[in-house]
Design a protein around this ligand. Structure first.
Ligand code: ADP
Ligand code: MG
Length: 448
């Protein structure tokens, strides 16, 4: 729900931190565009993106999966070039990777045959630091990030959280000015992620990190509000910065604080707001990417929405809490229900349609039938698989056939994900069956 009461003036000044406008600029991204060739035509991924980072701030780049966040980060890291536009680092044009820019990824490719210490030293060796200094600096970084005692452990002996700490140590040991982080906590379980975020923020607020500013990419609204001083919201297709939201709260922040919740709600509404000129419900196309959303989640959301206290309408962050999901995990579920005609999403609310309410009241078998009708009507890929099976004399077709078609339109990963989703939904709806071992679609076991 749109919350107009997040205006900063109403907040207790003791909670606020001073703005960082006057501080020197570390990075500026100006009018950056980037396209990729796909299917003989250029697909625009980033469109006129402008970002300025100043000393002393943590800036969040918030956007949905596929919006171009990693692409922008790779441009800033100097790993790929923009199609047009400029990137300036410390006032100079960026050409290739800059020495003072370090990157932390979602999961780290640590060298399995090297110990923690050797893994951290490896980055320094690459830039020609001598052995003694290497050791001293690596030990300091390991100590700082809370890995002391694990110096001689091998990656396989470490938990996911500890491995990610090695990732941070590897980024910090080069003494970077700017640290880029690409969804650094999203591969970790909830508690580990929170511990790592808090540890990092403690080091940052105590001034113990050897960095001037941080740019963190995330698809998680709460994470952005928890960590950042400023949040840039990136739209999808193409990626544009559609909102810049200051987060005025001091650290440590309390997720349960009403002002914290209000800001999360507000950003949520901004992210679900329809863009000017966009249709209310974009129709799926044969090559549309489909999210990895399970039938259980979709049915669970419909049932919860239909019941008290929601009676068909809910504020998404609110119902996410009821379902014990992060609001960002609920996003694709609600959106898929919208595509299927079971719900409408707008301004951060999700509302059941008449079909959605009916589904909630149906028995298992009736649900399957209804779902199959909606799936065939609204998801062209499901209809296409059925048509191909109908047309073939033996009513069989291999997965590769559809996979190849999709790969012309999507990245390989997205094509695989999309096909896996449609297989799971089509099986539930008993539209077709699919044999995992042979990779063959058929009508076996499907009652008609
Ligand atoms: P995000 O990190 O926000 O999930 P990405 O930056 O990874 O998004 O990708 C944005 C879009 O650009 C996606 O549609 C993706 O398929 C496409 N893309 C990214 N890298 C490449 C590439 N090297 N070649 C072709 N398309 C790419
Ligand atoms: Mg990414």
């Amino acid at each position: 729900m749109q919350n107009p009461n997040t205006s900063n003036a109403a907040l207790d000044p003791d909670l606020l931190q001073p703005p960082s406008r006057a501080r020197p600029e570390v990075l500026s991204v100006q009018h950056v565009c980037r396209g990729f060739n796909r299917n003989q035509s250029e697909q625009l991924v980033l469109d006129d993106v402008n970002v300025t980072l100043r000393e002393g701030e943590i800036v969040g780049l918030l956007g949905r999966s596929g919006s171009g966040k990693s692409t922008l980060l790779r441009i800033i890291a100097g790993l790929i070039a923009p199609t047009s536009g400029d990137v300036n680092y410390l006032g100079r044009p960026l050409r290739g990777p800059a020495a003072g820019v370090a990157m932390v990824f979602q999961t780290f490719a640590l060298f399995p045959w090297l110990t923690v210490l050797q893994n951290v030293e490896a980055g320094l060796e690459a830039i020609g630091v001598g052995p003694q200094q290497r050791r001293a600096r690596a030990l300091a970084a390991i100590d700082l990030i809370g890995l002391d005692g694990f110096e001689n452990a091998y990656p396989r002996e470490l938990s996911g959280g500890m491995r990610q700490r090695v990732g941070f140590a590897r980024a910090l040991v080069v003494d970077p000015t700017l640290m880029l982080m690409d969804e650094p906590f999203s591969a970790l379980d909830v508690l580990t992620a929170e511990t790592l975020r808090t540890d990092l923020l403690d080091l940052w607020t105590q001034g113990r990190l050897p960095i001037k500013s941080v740019l963190i990419v995330t698809h998680n609204i709460e994470e952005a509000v928890f960590m950042c001083d400023r949040i840039l919201v990136l739209s999808s297709n193409p990626g544009r910065v559609v909102a810049e939201i200051p987060v005025p709260f001091k650290h440590p922040r309390n997720r349960l604080d009403p002002v914290f919740r209000a800001l999360v709600d507000d950003i949520y509404a901004k992210m679900t707001a329809r863009q000017p000129g966009a249709p209310a419900k974009p129709e799926l196309e044969p090559g549309s990417r489909l999210p990895g959303v399970s039938i259980n989640l979709m049915a669970g959301l419909i049932e919860t929405l239909a019941a008290e206290p929601y009676n068909g309408r809910a504020d998404m962050p609110d119902i996410a809490r009821t379902l014990q999901l992060e609001v960002d995990d609920l996003f694709p579920v609600a959106e898929m229900l919208q595509h299927l005609g079971f719900a409408e999403v707008s301004e951060g609310d999700v509302v059941l349609t008449h079909a959605g309410k009916t589904f909630a009241e149906f028995s298992t078998q009736e649900r399957k039938l209804m779902f199959s009708e909606h799936l065939l009507r609204h998801v062209p890929l499901a209809a296409r698989i059925k048509t191909v099976l109908d047309e073939r004399p033996n009513h069989r077709a291999p997965r590769v056939r559809f996979e190849q078609e999709l790969e012309d339109l999507l990245s390989d990963d997205a094509a695989t994900q999309t096909l896996d989703s449609v297989i799971a939904w089509g099986r539930y709806a008993e539209i077709f069956s699919y044999n995992d071992k042979t990779g063959i679609f058929s009508f076996a076991d499907v009652e008609s």
